[in-house]
Design a protein around this ligand. Structure first.
Ligand SMILES: Cc1cc2nc3c(=O)[nH]c(=O)nc-3n(C[C@H](O)[C@H](O)[C@H](O)COP(=O)(O)O)c2cc1C
Length: 437
């Protein structure tokens, strides 16, 4: 029988939950327990991985102040994803845990060491979402006045991947001997200096951790620009993308696979995950009513505009909510995200863009309905696209216990019943689970 299965992943961040609503955690998730329980729920539903978004600044673009971000708890407070990944990983047995870390923030040695440590702690289930950062506000927290242009950030990131790759390989797989009789822990002839001297980085090495179960973490990436897609096609084990409908999904996946093939990579080693934000209900009408209640609320529209302003560094408070944007906007930040948000030429007002655009996280497909309807639609879309998975999230990344339950106990059983998603984990390593189908 043909294997029609696709992968499931979830995208969230270590910020307050759906704190204004009655089914959240209450707005103070800092001991991690709420998100640990979320990870356990996702494991029950056989998700491949949970991915933690990150940014390294307090947004102050929208309305030229940080006050509204703080008032709305939008992108701030945001706690560090790496310790949360450890906590989630140690409270689960199979789920992959992925932390976002910026190549503009961590010295390569620190990132390699941290990743290696977490991969050991989670017995081979760690992933790194490779980002190059998008905001001058972030740059100012790291000794720069502004971020280098995108091209340069990707050039730095290419060298960065080379350096961490060398560090992960600096211990041969059998360097740890653990021979008690002869008193040998590690064999010095199998641990190598790296001596990297490049355009941007100088690292001597070797790494001071043992080879972790996966040697290197699973690499996730979300390049949308042509340069970003090349970077992703070269390095990523999995790519996350927001696409425009089935046609957009097909085009994106084919493009990534072609880019991979061109540089001699097996395209099947790269899994493309399409971002979706399903809205579920007992009936289609109930799901739609709920969707509209959320997305048309003033709080939601403001949340979205704070978020999109922060990641594009364009102050959307300067535009009339009830008119289309006056010009096509460009950014040195997340350009792909901006283009999807602004839908230039669509004639939609800014309020409409915010309502259906989310904080840059547009759903790749409209998925509003009962769990059975949404499962059918996901299956049909994936059959048409050819793979590889969906990245479930919410438009501004906030989650409630209710939403997690709707997905995990409502939608996923419908998917599993149709033979569309995993019902058990076959492998220990995240990379092997990703490559299973
Ligand atoms: C699903 C998804 C998740 C992303 N997560 C992050 C993140 O956590 N932190 C970040 O700085 N950028 C994040 N990005 C932005 C990407 O890293 C990238 O900058 C963006 O897709 C634009 O691509 P480009 O840099 O090639 O223009 C994400 C993008 C997508 C689509």
């Amino acid at each position: 029988m043909a294997d029609n299965r696709f992968h499931l992943a979830w995208f969230m961040n270590f910020t307050p939950d759906e704190w204004r609503e009655p089914f959240g955690q209450g707005g103070y998730p800092w001991d991690g327990q709420f998100y640990i329980e979320m990870a356990q729920s996702l494991e029950r539903a056989c998700f491949d991985l949970i991915m933690i978004e990150d940014k390294l600044m307090v947004p102050e673009t929208y309305g030229k102040s940080r006050d509204l971000s703080l008032k709305h708890a939008m992108m701030v407070p945001k706690a560090d994803p790496a310790p949360l990944a450890v906590a989630m990983g140690m409270a689960t047995r199979h789920l992959g845990v992925v932390a976002t870390m910026s190549t503009m923030a961590y010295p390569p040695f620190m990132l390699a060491r941290l990743s290696s440590t977490i991969d050991s702690l989670t017995k081979g289930r760690f992933g790194w979402n490779v980002v190059t950062s998008a905001e001058d506000l972030m740059a100012k927290n790291f000794g720069m006045d502004r971020l280098p242009p995108r091209e340069d950030r990707y050039a730095m990131a290419d060298e960065y991947m080379e350096v961490v790759g060398k560090l992960f390989e600096s211990w041969e797989p059998d360097a740890v001997v653990l021979d008690r009789e002869n008193g040998i822990y590690a064999d010095g002839s199998k641990v190598h200096t790296v001596d990297h001297k490049g355009r941007f980085y100088q690292v001597r090495g070797p790494l001071n951790t043992v080879p972790s179960p996966q040697r290197r973490p699973v690499y996730l990436q979300a390049g949308a620009s042509p340069r970003g897609r090349d970077f992703a096609a070269q390095h990523a084990d999995a790519i996350v993308s927001v696409a425009n409908g089935v046609e957009g999904m097909k085009e994106f996946r084919a493009d990534i696979r072609a880019r991979a093939e061109k540089i001699g990579r097996n395209p099947d080693d790269i899994k493309v995950f399409f971002c979706i934000t399903p809205s579920l209900g007992e009936t289609e009408a109930a799901a739609r009513a709920r969707y509209e209640q959320v997305t048309l609320s003033d709080n939601f529209v403001t949340d979205v505009l704070i978020s999109i302003s922060a990641i594009t560094e364009i102050d959307f408070a300067q535009y009339d909510l009830d008119k289309p944007l006056p010009e096509k906007l460009v950014t040195n930040g997340e350009s792909g995200t901006l283009d999807k948000f602004q839908q230039w030429g669509s004639g939609k007002t800014l309020r409409q863009l915010a309502a259906d655009g989310g904080g840059g996280l547009v759903s790749s497909l409209e998925l509003i309905g009962t769990p059975a309807q949404v499962a059918e639609k996901m299956g049909a879309a994936m059959a048409e696209v050819g793979g590889d998975g969906f990245l479930i999230t919410t438009p501004v990344l906030r989650v409630s216990r209710r939403y997690i339950t709707e997905i995990v106990d409502g939608l996923v059983p419908e998917l599993q019943r149709r033979g569309l998603t995993r019902t058990e984990y076959k492998h220990q390593l995240l990379r092997d689970n990703l490559r299973e189908f």
